[in-house]
Write a protein that binds this ligand. Structure first.
Ligand code: CA
Length: 247
């Protein structure tokens, strides 16, 4: 790819402008690191504030696309942070998901009353939290939520047409890109060669089924590199699936 040496900085800038920015507000450092890791893997840009005042100062400099806000914070509670942000024009509609160890219905109502868009009780699974973040973004800012697909450590930026695996760029031809997009939109599902031809190449295009195998092989080589696990499963006599599970 001869273009790769001339264009990377511009491409990086484009990509960072479409990856949703999440501000984590949480004082517990181990939880912050867990959240940071999972959100970055899911394709979000992450910044962190460790108390309520820092959160408000950070938001005044740069409004994130979504805030994950812990209820129990030093100096100022999450509820108070939420109320203050809702009174300011710039953040009146910023999506906020509250995190809390409290699981009682009364607390949930108080959190939503203070202006939170959603409420997640600890302990939660990172996968569920990412799904809730996407749901809130989709509801409030549809354009943001649909600009990236992710599966395991693979992130596909649909706007910049850029794919990364474990944070490293993956270079794909146009057919491999469409093929991967189709798999990432239906993870785990097995598609026959004929189904892939219809969905990825189009129903009116005459291509031999064997062509699918050629592009699957190219996709595998590009995605898996030297030492990554193979995420494409070959199902004998049936077809292919995107599937990170061994076997
Ligand atoms: Ca806390």
């Amino acid at each position: 790819m001869s273009m790769a040496t001339t264009a990377p900085s511009r491409r990086d800038a484009q990509t960072s402008s479409v990856r949703p920015k999440v501000l984590i507000v949480e004082d517990e450092t181990s939880l912050v690191e867990l959240l940071r890791y999972n959100l970055e893997q899911a394709g979000f840009q992450v910044s962190v504030a460790y108390d309520g005042e820092e959160a408000i100062a950070s938001v005044q400099e740069d409004v994130p696309d979504l805030m994950l806000l812990d209820w129990m914070l030093p100096l100022m509670s999450g509820i108070e942070v939420c109320r203050q942000l809702r009174r300011q024009t710039a953040t009146a509609n910023m999506p906020i998901i509250m995190l809390t160890a409290r699981g009682e219905e009364g607390d949930r109502v108080r959190g939503l009353d203070a202006g939170a868009d959603d409420y997640v009780s600890k302990p939660f699974s990172p996968t569920e939290l990412v799904a809730r973040i996407r749901a809130v973004l989709r509801r409030i800012r549809p354009a943001l939520a649909d600009e990236a697909l992710s599966y395991a450590d693979i992130v596909m930026d649909l706007v910049a047409h850029r794919v990364t695996r474990a944070g490293k760029p993956v270079h794909l031809g146009p057919t491999e890109f469409r093929l991967l997009r189709h798999f990432m939109e239906h993870p785990g599902r097995v598609f026959s060669r004929e189904q892939l031809l219809d969905s990825v190449w189009g129903k009116d295009v005459y291509v031999e089924a064997r062509t699918v195998d050629v592009h699957i092989r190219r996709l595998r080589i590009a995605l898996n590199g030297a030492d990554q696990a193979d995420v494409i499963r070959t199902v004998r006599a049936a077809g292919y699936a995107l599937d990170a599970q061994p076997g």
